[in-house]
Design a protein around this ligand. Structure first.
Ligand SMILES: [Fe+2]
Length: 183
């Protein structure tokens, strides 16, 4: 049985000093995600996770710190995933910075919502999710999801997302992803 606990989070930087897992993703981990081949191997984002049992009765949570940057005209983004158990939902809460949350179903529908301080995003079951940093500062957000959700990165690796977020005349623009293949 999980016992009650609390963890401090630095909501400005996203750091969870007592995180159980800190994941770092670099450009080489996202090589196929961008339209252009990345140059170099910069850090794109860090994830701080607090572990609880991977059970439907628990709620794992953590923060993501997505750094500012672009590959060509495409903004830095997370790998994105479906939940292995497709019905499992997730919430995001923006802490700092500004960005977009891309969501997509396997048959090719998509949705785009803002990630910004004070905004809660609801990701229903069946929707893949990827965050994009469209601002000049790190994009920091909190996420919590149903514990037995699991992560399916392979479907996104194989199919891509229906849309991309690129800079056009200094502003973020959502464009069709010509490489997208629905399942
Ligand atoms: Fe998720």
């Amino acid at each position: 049985m999980t016992v009650p606990f609390s963890r401090p989070i630095d909501t400005a930087t996203g750091a969870i000093p007592t995180a159980d897992v800190v994941l770092e993703r670099r450009l080489s981990d996202l090589a196929h995600a961008f339209a252009e081949t990345p140059d170099g191997d910069d850090v794109v984002y860090r994830v701080y996770n607090v572990d609880v049992p991977a059970a439907a009765s628990d709620i794992p949570f953590g923060t993501t710190v997505l750094l500012p940057g672009k590959v060509g005209d495409e903004y830095f983004m997370t790998k994105g995933h479906f939940h292995e158990v497709r019905s499992r939902a997730e919430i995001y809460i923006g802490f700092s910075g500004e960005g977009l949350l891309l969501m997509a179903t396997e048959d090719g529908r998509h949705a785009v919502e803002p990630i910004r301080p004070g905004v809660v995003n609801y990701v229903p079951g069946g929707w893949a999710h990827r965050s994009v940093n469209t601002g000049p500062e790190p994009l920091v957000f909190f996420a919590a999801y149903v514990g037995d959700a699991g992560h399916d990165y392979q479907t996104i690796d194989a199919n891509g997302f229906p849309v991309r977020v690129v800079e056009r005349e200094g502003e973020p623009a959502i464009v069709e992803n010509a490489a997208f293949r629905p399942s």
